[in-house]
Ligand binder design. Structure first.
Ligand code: NI
Length: 156
């Protein structure tokens, strides 16, 4: 039903794109949260619009947490987040989250929570789209840094 409603809205020219701030708009942590329009957010469709791989974009906030979508392909870097757990929900494709002592494979509709301080490396042989939930200010490469570090706090 949500998909149908979203489809109708798209036919009318109203999409998630229209309902949310322009791409790459930066908000300060003290800005008020954007209004929640009365329309469903189609997460996979939103993720499709993310311009770059490994560069999460915010689609919503709840309290101090951010809901992000990302497109992943290839191998990320080994890293950990010393301050927070990290939720991965696979929207489409297949995501392998590698750990030093084993892997977890997610397909559409499956989720996993990486505990804080645990080293991990996301890998996607083919394009995979994911939803992430994490506190504001989390850097995608955690403690590792490097070329794959994406700007944080960027809305879709
Ligand atoms: Ni991570």
């Amino acid at each position: 039903m949500a998909r149908l409603i979203c489809g109708i809205r798209l036919l009318n020219g109203l999409s998630v794109a229209a309902a949310y701030p322009k791409p790459t708009r930066l908000r300060s942590q003290t800005d008020p949260k954007p209004e929640m329009p009365h329309s469903a957010i189609d997460l996979d469709r939103a993720a499709e619009r993310v311009p770059d791989f490994w560069s999460p974009r915010i689609v919503a906030e709840l309290n101090d947490y951010q809901v992000k979508v990302a497109r992943l392909k290839g191998e990320f870097v080994w890293h950990k987040h010393d301050e927070t757990d990290e939720l991965f929900l696979c929207l489409s494709g297949e995501l392998v989250i590698q750990f030093r002592d084993g892997d977890v494979t997610l397909t559409s509709g499956q989720m996993y929570i990486v505990r804080k301080g645990v080293e991990h490396r996301p890998v996607a042989a083919e394009e995979c789209r994911v939803l992430l939930i994490e506190p504001r200010g989390v850097v995608n490469t955690g403690n590792a840094g490097g070329d794959m570090t994406a700007p944080e706090d960027v809305w879709l």
